[in-house]
Ligand binder design. Sequence first.
Ligand code: MG
Length: 161
Amino acid sequence: MIDYREKCIALLHERGVDIKDIADCARFLQADYHVDLKMEELLDSVYSVLSKREVQHAIITAIELDKLAENKVMDDKELEDILLRDEGLYGVDEVIAYGICNLYGSIALTNFGFIDKKKYGIIAKLNEEGKNTGRCNTFLDDIVGAIAASAASRFAHRWVK
Ligand code: MG
């Protein structure tokens, strides 16, 4: 049987994203609310998010679309061009990201919007890399933001005072 979580971790890695980078984004999102945040706890939340099949399917689909555009093998050349330019009015990349966030409630959604605007850490790096380099990270940056936002939300919900 295929271990989809491992497959997703390998796919993310192949695209330049380490699980620790995502945990760091989750830590950034929670930093204002907790002193003494432990990286291991956030890493634990990231692994948990990555265990959900719906999340795994979103990651696999998103990365495949980026790669198809990047390798210029899409049937629809206009769509390929939209993805390569990361056109502002496209938005399907965010919709796939919401699909992940929706599994983790409203905190995940607001966190996603926040980190998407702030472009913290690995998300900033992916965003820059996607500009005029031939690299397509149109779906990946949102997927990474959504995983971080979901991990932060899971962490917040499990916090017992
Ligand atoms: Mg995007």
